[in-house]
Ligand binder design. Structure first.
Ligand SMILES: [Zn+2]
Length: 93
């Protein structure tokens, strides 16, 4: 990898830059803001996705299960929207 500070090439396993001593294992700047939604937001984004997939997988063989998966997906969308709104409000407080 290349040092983000001075640009010198270091081995990928290096923890610190051999030239300027920059911490290469540290969190890259700018990425932390994108993950501000948090794992809960991602989880409730995945539930409707999984529910939709299960619905299409089961709708032929197991219509009852498919219906339940569909309900789960709708429920996940609703909860996900509420969580997104709440987290947005909290962030702007
Ligand atoms: Zn460096």
């Amino acid at each position: 990898m290349f040092c983000p500070k001075c640009g010198k090439e270091n081995v990928d396993t290096a923890e610190f830059c051999s030239s300027c001593g920059e911490n290469l294992k540290g969190k890259p700047t700018g990425v932390s803001q994108e993950t501000a939604v948090g794992p809960i937001g991602i989880l409730f984004f995945c539930i409707p996705l999984v529910g939709a997939i299960m619905y299409f997988v089961w709708k032929e063989d197991k219509p009852e299960k498919a219906k339940r998966a569909c309900h789960l997906a709708l429920w996940g969308v609703g909860v996900g929207i509420v969580i997104q709104i709440l987290s947005t409000i909290i962030q702007h407080m």
